[in-house]
Design a protein around this ligand. Structure first.
Ligand SMILES: Nc1ncnc2c1ncn2[C@@H]1O[C@H](COP(=O)(O)O)[C@@H](O)[C@H]1OP(=O)(O)O
Ligand SMILES: [Mg+2]
Ligand SMILES: [Mg+2]
Ligand SMILES: [Mg+2]
Length: 366
């Protein structure tokens, strides 16, 4: 699985010159998820471009409100349609667990929004799509998920609130096989390429396949160059920086601050929307991601953590819930077996979980 690109290429030539023996060898152990990786990158790149176009043209005009009061824009629907139609084309048998559905785009009530979505999607697809085809593509995301077989999970825009503020958001796509995340792509259009130069070039895509490491590449670039990434080498938590949600309604800022105090952290937290927090930890811009639950009833969704989870693992980090338990992607559309999320480099991970436990124990006593 960890063969170099050169080795991959030589095996694929053998595949064409010779017969099934090589084909089988190639497909099971050499090119593990090679096609899926390329297609997922293409899909996330296209969807990211759609989101950026929407931000330029539409964000300030109009947003709509979902029942749960989260803002949903024409970009969420368009990006889901774009990714799902690319996946359908290359992997017609793969179901998708996607965040959005077409309900709000249907009938006379949905007409205005639907027309905008149709317009936008057709700027990003190779072949024009009809309105019905677009609604159907969005609803390919209704799959229930589960512990067997393969399915994708998609958050067409994670961090809608960040997107609307012109700050961080991410297009997140992951492939789950038999209940485990095997491939993840994070498109982060507003993330600076170099954090030490925040006003410089923006747009990062991170990609990870199980056993192959994590990489970043420039989004919106003709270059396919990929750079390996790894988590920070900081081993003393007092030198660490932690990141958390901007929205206090998504993660408990005061619990997060207590944990930081126990860890001896003196630097202020980095507040960032979306799975860009995983990206920041994966390339060592921050050491820890804390997502302490704000309520006992909120259940995290698989599309909010799938891609980030594998990018962190492949960059040398670990991810678990507040009890130190790995995230279980086999339960369906949600992470119903888990509560909250903690991510950090492998070397400091156990120390961070211990601080989380201490904070929670103290809270339960008062
Ligand atoms: N009470 C909650 N606890 C944790 N996450 C939440 C909560 N409510 C919404 N979210 C989700 O948090 C994610 C954004 O996280 P962040 O603030 O870290 O960027 C969104 O996907 C959002 O889902 P939704 O799209 O359903 O609103
Ligand atoms: Mg949402
Ligand atoms: Mg989300
Ligand atoms: Mg979303």
């Amino acid at each position: 699985r960890a063969l170099s690109v050169k080795q991959h290429r030589s095996m694929s030539q053998l595949k064409y010159k010779n017969t099934f023996i090589y084909t089988r060898f190639y497909s099971t152990s050499i090119a593990y998820l090679e096609k899926e990786r390329a297609v997922a990158i293409k899909a996330v790149e296209r969807a990211s471009r759609v989101c950026q176009a929407v931000f330029k043209r539409l964000v300030t005009e109009e947003t709509m409100t979902k029942k749960d009061k989260s803002p949903v824009t024409v970009a969420d629907f368009s990006a889901q349609a774009v990714v799902n139609s690319i996946l359908e084309n290359d992997f017609p048998d793969d179901p998708v667990v996607g965040e959005e559905d077409s309900k709000d785009l249907q009938g006379e009530e949905g007409r205005v929004l639907r027309e905008k979505v149709v317009d936008l999607v057709n700027t990003a697809t190779e072949h024009p799509m009809s309105s019905d085809e677009i609604l159907r593509a969005i609803d390919r995301g209704l799959y229930a998920g589960g512990s067997t077989g393969r399915h994708w999970t998609l958050d067409p825009i994670d961090g809608t609130k960040g997107f609307l503020r012109g700050e961080q958001f991410a297009v997140c796509l992951a492939l789950i096989i038999d209940g485990r995340v095997r491939l993840g792509v994070l498109g982060c259009p507003n993330l600076p390429w170099d954090m030490s130069n925040p006003d410089g070039e923006r747009g990062v895509l991170m990609v990870a396949v199980e056993g192959q490491g994590a990489f970043q590449r420039k989004l919106n670039s003709s270059s396919n160059e990929e750079v390996p990434i790894s988590v920070s080498s900081v081993i003393d938590t007092k030198d660490a920086v932690f990141c958390e949600s901007v929205e206090a309604g998504h993660s408990n800022h005061s619990d997060n601050a207590n944990i930081a105090k126990i860890l001896g952290i003196s630097k202020p937290s980095v507040r960032m929307d979306s799975q860009c927090k995983y990206a920041a930890v994966a390339r060592g811009n921050a050491e820890i991601y804390l997502r302490l639950p704000v309520s006992d009833t909120y259940v995290e969704k698989i599309w909010d953590h799938g891609a980030g989870n594998i990018v962190i693992h492949e960059a040398g980090g670990r991810v678990a819930d507040i009890h130190g338990k790995s995230l279980d992607f086999s339960r369906g559309r949600t992470l119903s077996a888990n509560q909250g999320v903690v991510a950090a480099g492998a070397q400091i991970f156990d120390t961070v979980i211990a601080a989380v436990q201490e904070t929670l124990k103290y809270k339960s006593q008062i």
